[in-house]
Design a protein around this ligand. Sequence first.
Ligand SMILES: [Zn+2]
Length: 298
Amino acid sequence: MFLQKTLKKETIVYGIGLHTGVACSVKLKPAPPDFGIHLIKKINDQSYSVKVFAENVKATQNATTIGGPYFQISTVEHCLSSLAALRVDNLFIEIEGPELPVCDGSARDFLAAIDAVGLVEQDQPRKYIYIHEPLSVEDGDKSAKVLPYDGLRITASIEFTHPAIQKQTFDIDVNDVSFEREIAGARTFGFLKDVEKLRSQGLALGGSFDNAVVLDDVSVLNAEGLRYSEEFVRHKVLDALGDLVTLGAPLMGHVILNKAGHDLLNKLVRKILSLPENNINVELGEKVVLAPTPWIMG
Ligand SMILES: [Zn+2]
């Protein structure tokens, strides 16, 4: 039997927001057993909570947005990714500022902050989500499926006509060691022409070579080049791990993604949760309004 885990103590990650370009930070705080992972935001001295759960995913275009009646937060997947890999069950993620910090476009800073304080076991058994039969969702030539597996494994494939990306596949049995070595540092990527378009709409104002791999029509523009072979598809694995946190409990399964983005991941997660045997006892959290309590006043 494995016990649930949370952080040993609070930690904080600073940075700037990708879209606003303004300074922001996120506090990661221990949460009680059976609580799950919640986003917290203070509005007029009142703390509001939204559970990281599939039904609270509000948008999946380019990034995953989670929200409830009081606030929405976009691009949560890079912060959440480490939590899936480290099997963190309970956590408060308190957002200070309009966005989560983009950091270097990977999960490295979030992982380092968690590693610096460490995890602690709690006095309740972990509730895994087990896959008993193959499940899949498709959209044209894109697909996401999950097979029974004793552990957490992800196989992802992407295909771009861009000469620096082309067809890439990455397969990983995910644990804390493999995540740190193979996935955590893989940065998000974007195309210069898209960045220019976003900027003209007042978005991506914080975006730079410091927080993304940027490509023109033929090559990578970052002076330092890539961090890994297949950094692009590794980042897709990073994103997928973050999205899997919306299951509300750690997954035992082998996820196979072909050109799948946040939208298909969300559909797969909802399909897993719709099966009666996987109908784990998680409350949505959407309507939960947390008055200042001992564990969030500190
Ligand atoms: Zn990403």
